[in-house]
Ligand binder design. Structure first.
Ligand SMILES: C[S@@+](CC[C@H](N)C(=O)[O-])C[C@H]1O[C@@H](n2cnc3c(N)ncnc32)[C@H](O)[C@@H]1O
Ligand SMILES: O=c1cc(-c2ccc(O)c(O)c2)oc2c(O)c(O)ccc12
Length: 357
């Protein structure tokens, strides 16, 4: 039986099949990366100090020798995705060359001892429990739940974290590793954002990584971290840093500035206006410092748009949040009574947005 739309050649079938298969099986790239991180491959290569051969890598990881070729195939896909490099080495003059693996700038950031490592974030994002809500997205489109996370678990993400210490720890460690990464750039490239401030509150500041970095870079600055009680429980402050357990929808301690890193994208327009109005009460004539994505579907390069779109669906799935375009940000600020804002695209996929009452 002929296809409804006459197909001139098989290629007109095979090309779309290849395109859809690429998307269907893309999760295997993430799972291969997860396996490499769990096995400690970046750490083993780093520790070896030189490019490492497959057999040296298998020995370093105590991998069953019968699975050496499987390790070769895992490394092959990760070299394809430029997570690792493959080079040819020879130990002395007459010996044949042998293939070996080295780190790239990407995998160097997955070495656990690397101060800016975002391995904890990677393990949060691809953790089996974390990914589970995505299997309920289609169901969610037809139910009354606020998110697929709620459809799957019957409670929202923060309540889930309050009830599951292990999940809460995993999530907060993931966030902290990203904050370590972002803070290193913030205090180096964005000093002007903090200069002149006498006090700052990091709202939803988690384990306090950003606040600690800012407090360290600006010793005269009084820093407060406001987060849920289960997040700040037991966390020690310092001379110019203290932790406060509370609810940002109820009260934000007064300060010259409020930091909101990866907060606004967690929430709906309505909740964001509530948060920003509380921030406005807290800062008086000061400012809000937001670290989040500003999505530009036209101007950005394809990889950045793809990652930002994935984050947008992630926020829809876990938190009823979203990633926003500049116009959406501007509308939000206006609805919350702010008069002006300045976007500094200094963090790659994310920007620093200063908002003024
Ligand atoms: C995505 S995490 C970002 C954490 C941190 N700002 C960072 O970027 O690493 C969102 C944070 O908001 C906190 N949070 C959620 N609801 C909150 C509320 N009602 N009041 C204060 N903090 C809240 C969470 O506990 C979590 O630490
Ligand atoms: O990488 C992240 C992952 C998640 C996350 C949470 C629960 C899940 O079930 C899940 O599949 C993913 O949440 C984030 C978030 O809320 C942010 O604000 C920023 C980054 C992340």
């Amino acid at each position: 039986m002929a296809f409804p739309n006459a197909v001139d050649s098989s290629q007109e079938l095979l090309d779309p099949q290849s395109h859809v298969w690429n998307l269907i099986y893309n999760y295997i790239s993430s799972m291969s990366l997860k396996s490499a991180i769990q096995l400690g491959i970046p750490d083993a290569i780093h520790k070896h100090n030189n490019p490492i051969t497959l057999s040296q890598l298998a020995d370093a990881l105590s991998i069953n020798k019968a699975k050496s070729h499987a390790l070769f195939r895992l490394m092959r896909i990760l070299v394809h995705f430029k997570i690792f490099d493959k080079v040819n080495i020879s130990n002395d003059e007459d010996e044949d060359e042998e293939e070996a693996y080295s780190l790239t700038r990407a995998s160097r950031l997955l070495v656990r001892d690397e101060p800016l490592s975002f391995t904890p974030l990677a393990l949060v994002a691809i953790d089996a429990i974390m990914v589970d809500p995505f299997h309920h997205m289609a169901e969610w489109f037809k139910d009354a739940s606020p998110t697929p996370f709620f459809t799957r678990n019957g409670i929202n993400m923060w309540e889930f974290g309050a009830n599951d210490e292990g999940w809460n720890k995993l999530f907060n460690e993931g966030m902290s590793s990203d904050s370590q990464f972002v803070s290193s750039i913030l205090v180096k490239e964005c000093k002007h954002v903090f200069e002149g401030l006498k006090s700052v509150v990091d709202v939803g500041g988690g384990n306090g990584v950003v606040a600690k970095a800012v407090a360290g870079a600006f010793p005269g600055l009084k820093c407060v971290v406001l987060d849920l009680p289960q997040v700040v429980a037991g966390l020690e402050g310092s001379e110019n840093l203290r932790f406060v357990g509370g609810d940002m929808f109820e009260f934000i301690p007064p300060a010259d500035a409020v930091i909101l890193k990866w907060i606004i994208h967690n929430w709906s327009e309505e909740d964001c206006v509530r948060i920003l109005k509380k921030c406005k009460e807290a800062i008086g004539g000061g400012k809000v410092i937001i670290v989040d994505m500003v999505v530009d579907y036209e101007k950005q390069e394809q990889n950045a748009i793809q990652t930002q779109l994935c984050f947008d669906v992630l926020m829809m799935t876990v938190m009823a949040g979203k990633e926003r375009t500049e116009k959406e940000w501007a509308d939000l600020f206006s609805s919350a009574g702010f008069q002006n804002y300045k976007i500094t695209p200094i963090l790659g996929l994310r920007s620093v947005i200063e908002v003024f009452p």
